[in-house]
Design a protein around this ligand. Structure first.
Ligand SMILES: NC(=O)c1ccc[n+]([C@@H]2O[C@H](COP(=O)([O-])OP(=O)(O)OC[C@H]3O[C@@H](n4cnc5c(N)ncnc54)[C@H](OP(=O)(O)O)[C@@H]3O)[C@@H](O)[C@H]2O)c1
Length: 328
């Protein structure tokens, strides 16, 4: 596996997103043994960056990752996130609440360290910008955690230009993690250039478009009743049918490249720069192996141009309530 630098952090350039093992998607939590095998296989194949968050489950995904990495802690770059659960006062333990106050972060970090079974988090992300807490206060307490050795590198998620600049001025930010894929490209005009100016790396989440770009989700009947994607505008109503055309276009490039659509979606991202490390999510060994083979797939300039010109997606990438938590 080729490596890239995210700020000062060195990682294998394809990571593993662990969220779907415990939350959000069809089959989450149904086979923890296969999920743990997937994490082990990832480490065997040179993955270093493993991505979780306290809100996945909540808590159960960190616990699962903690079990999986027992005895192998030094082989990976362990990334988790705080700030989507408020542990303070009356709201104690409530998920979905942006809370990046120093008090909340102090509580959150101890919980994550305990569940992950480790004395340090390699990459600690603010999961969502908390509009009521100045980012300087948040980064201030994170910088204290760095000096205490509990956290090694800092990240932001779904933060926009002003927040990124202000945060980076308080303490170096190593990584921004935001949605970026063949059908979600709003990071390209302004955010990516800013990251490059500041020397911050980029981790695209949902690089397979929540699985849609792989062509394996052809009908809503493929998704369980509580699958998060059923609330996503791109998977809803007429948009779903219209968006199948995008999966077909990716499939056509994949046939030409003698690769799979998932590999094409990842190789397209990797071609965008050596400061980019996508974290495709899967809970299955076979799909993990398929996804990691994208490391060896070099698309031609014609194939990249075809992918750059894909039919735009119908529907926003988040529903209204979730979109309000994203900075734009
Ligand atoms: N910072 C944030 O706010 C944020 C938000 C969302 C996600 N994330 C992180 O990003 C990671 C990845 O994003 P994601 O999981 O939302 O979406 P994704 O990686 O775009 O897609 C994951 C989905 O694709 C399926 N899949 C994976 N490989 C496949 C393959 N080769 N062929 C067919 N289907 C395949 C998975 O199913 P199976 O598991 O059944 O294989 C799963 O349903 C998450 O795990 C999480 O760690 C972060």
């Amino acid at each position: 596996m080729k490596h890239v630098k995210l700020g000062t952090l060195d990682v294998g350039r394809i990571g593993l997103g662990a969220m779907g093992m415990s939350a959000a998607y069809t089959g989450a939590g149904s086979d923890d043994s296969e999920s743990i095998r997937t994490i082990h296989r990832a480490l065997d194949l040179g993955v270093t960056l493993i991505d979780t968050a306290e809100v996945y489950g909540p808590y159960t995904n960190e616990e699962l990752v903690g079990r999986a990495i027992k005895g192998r802690r030094d082989e990976l770059v362990l990334a988790t996130k705080f700030g989507f659960i408020s542990h303070r006062g009356d709201t104690g333990g409530r998920a979905g609440v942006a809370d990046s106050t120093p008090e909340n972060i102090r509580i959150a970090v101890e919980g994550s360290l305990r569940r992950l079974g480790t004395d340090r988090i390699d990459l600690y992300y603010q999961h969502r910008v908390d509009r009521r807490t100045p980012i300087e206060e948040t980064i201030g307490v994170l910088a204290e955690l760095v000096s205490e050795g509990k956290v090694l590198h800092l990240g932001l998620s779904e933060a926009w230009l002003d927040t990124i600049r202000r945060a980076h001025a308080v303490h170096p930010i190593s990584v921004l993690q935001s949605e970026y894929s063949l059908w979600t490209r709003d990071q390209e005009p302004e955010v990516l250039p800013l990251l490059r100016e500041l020397g911050i790396g980029f981790v695209p989440y949902s690089p397979l478009g929540h699985g849609f770009l792989t062509g394996q989700v052809r009908s809503l009947d493929d998704l369980a009743a509580d699958d998060w994607r059923r609330t996503n505008p791109r998977f809803t109503g007429a948009n779903f049918q219209r968006n199948l055309r995008i999966a077909d276009e990716v499939g056509a490039v994949a046939r030409e490249a003698a690769a799979t659509p998932a590999q094409v979606a990842l190789a397209w991202l990797l071609a965008k720069g050596d400061d980019i490390a996508p974290i495709p999510g899967t809970k299955r060994v076979t799909r993990l192996e398929e996804n990691l083979a994208a490391d060896d797939l070099l698309l031609t300039s014609q194939q990249l141009a075809t992918l750059d010109a894909l039919t735009p997606a119908e529907g926003d990438h988040h529903n209204e309530a979730q979109a309000r938590t994203l900075e734009r």
